[in-house]
Every structure is written in C-alpha cells, then in structure tokens.
Design a protein around this ligand. Structure first.
Ligand code: PAF
Length: 278
C-alpha cells in the first residue's frame, strides 16, 4: 500500500490503470476509520482492480468550527486498517493541496439539501460537493462507495454526479451497526460509557418505529419517536422525519416501501445520525 499526498503523484500512480483499463474503485473518508468504512473498502476491493481510499478532514463541510477542531484524527491506525483491508493507495492530501485557492462554487441541489442535515447544517452539503468533486477529479474512479448512514449525503452525491454528467458509478452500502445496534460512527469514540448506553435508544426507537408504520398516523408516529428519544436521559432530538426515499421530502401519508425515517440526536455534545428503511 502506498500513501500519496499530492494530486500529481496520484495521477502518475494511477496511470497504469488507465493504460491497462484496470477499474479504479474509490472510497472517500475523513479518517478515524471504523468497521463501517472498512466494509466499504472490502466491497470496493471485491469489485475493482485497484482500490484508492482518501483520508481528508474537509474544512468546508463543517459549519461548526469546534466540531472540525474535535474531529478525531488517527492516521497511523487508519493506515494499518486500510493495509489489512487490501487498499492499494491512500490519498492523504493537505488542505493547501486540495484548496490552493478558496472554492467559491455554489451547487444547486434544489430541495434535496433544504431538509434534515441540509436544514440544520447550513453549507454542509455544498462543502461535501466541493471536496467530493475535487477528489473525483483527482482519482477519476470508475466506482465510488458511500455508506447509507449518511443517507442524504448519498442522494446529494448521486445528484451531483448526474448534474456534472460524470460517468462514475455511485455505490451505496448498508449501515454497519455495533453488535447491540448502534450505527457505527467516528463520533461514537467521543461518547462517555453512559452516553454510549443511552445512545442505543436511537436504533431501538427506529426499529420500533418500523414496527408501528402503517398502523399509526404518521404525525402521531413522528411525535412518539421524538418523545421517546427526548425522555431518554442525556438525549435530545435535533430532527426526526419520515421522508420519500428518492426526493427526501417529508411525507404525511404512508407509502409502502418508499419511505425512510431519518434522525439526528445529541448525546451530550456529540451529534449522532441514523436512519432506517420503513
Ligand atoms: O462521509 C464523509 O466521511 C465525508 O462527508 C466525505 C464524503 C469523505 C467528504 O468529506
């Protein structure tokens, strides 16, 4: 496995793939890798001739500067995990390398980024689109892998690729959960044991919501979910919504197989997201 820090060196390293038509699979990450990331790398390994993983904590997608400052950085451990998972190239550029000048592009995702994460983290998805488009330019992958835990991000990336007429195939991969059900996240390592225990209520409540769907009016069900989370010590719901899986717009009526329940919850100062297909 080779660690590369510049776009130029990456282009050179991947030239043999383009010359010999070896497929390039790409997993963009911000590091602090957990088994959820590794499942993306393993799938990428199975489906491509060469695997590239980027590690870059992207400043333009953080609307909260303390969140950026506190984001875990664990490069040495990440490299060890990636090498064991069969990664070929790690692209770990500096901020200056990715943004030699300020990126002033503004993406128009219509209503897709006006709800949920987009509504509560202004500018977040614009920053995600800025960095992912730059990473796609640098890697020029055939396929790129994203986790469904960031359900809205996945929809935004699909839309961005369609808007830019990019031939990259975007592959969405299922959420990986801890044995007890908590969705894996780099932020979980910031939870105290007490918060970690309480946070489990998020996954349990989403599962219970799925059991109730179709039996209870949606408005009542949404209220039930928020009340149950907010009555758990130390948890505070930022948003909970039941949305159409494609448009991500909130729905008021049950539609079979077309809905996703999405939630953001604070466990103390740690912001966690999760979702489930209903
Ligand atoms: O999901 C993430 O880790 C980030 O948003 C991504 C896609 C690597 C862009 O910085």
């Amino acid at each position: 496995m080779e660690v590369i820090e510049t776009k130029e060196a990456l282009t050179q390293a991947l030239q043999h793939c383009r010359d010999s038509r070896i497929s390039i699979g790409f997993v963009p990450t911000m590091g602090a890798l957990h088994p959820g990331h590794i499942s993306l790398v393993e799938r990428c390994r199975k489906e491509n001739g060469v695997v590239v993983v980027s590690i870059f904590v992207n400043p333009t997608q953080f609307n909260d500067q303390s969140d950026l400052a506190n984001y875990p950085r664990t490069l040495e451990e990440d490299l060890y995990k990636l090498s064991s998972a069969g990664c070929d190239y790690v692209f770990a550029p500096s901020v200056e390398e990715m943004y030699p000048e300020e990126d002033t592009r503004v993406f128009d995702f219509g209503m897709l980024d006006k709800v949920m994460e987009g509504a509560y983290r202004p500018g977040h998805f614009n920053g995600v689109a800025q960095i992912v488009s730059r990473l796609f330019d640098a890697v020029q992958p055939d396929k790129a892998y994203f986790g469904e835990k960031d359900f809205q991000q996945l929809a935004i990336i699909r839309r961005m690729v369609a808007m830019m007429n990019d031939p990259i195939r975007i592959v969405g991969c299922p959420i990986v959960r801890e044995a007890d059900g908590l969705a894996m996240s780099s932020r979980n390592m910031r939870l105290t044991p007490e918060q970690r225990k309480n946070a489990l209520e998020i996954a349990h409540t989403l599962l219970a919501c799925r059991e109730k769907i179709g039996c209870v009016p949606l408005g009542e069900l949404k209220k039930w979910v928020v009340d149950r989370i907010n009555h758990t010590p130390g948890l505070r719901t930022e948003y909970f919504d039941i949305v159409d899986r494609d448009s991500l717009q909130p729905v008021s009526e049950y539609k079979e197989n077309a809905l996703q329940a999405c939630i953001a919850v604070y466990a103390g100062a740690v912001r966690l997201i999760d979702n489930i297909r209903l």
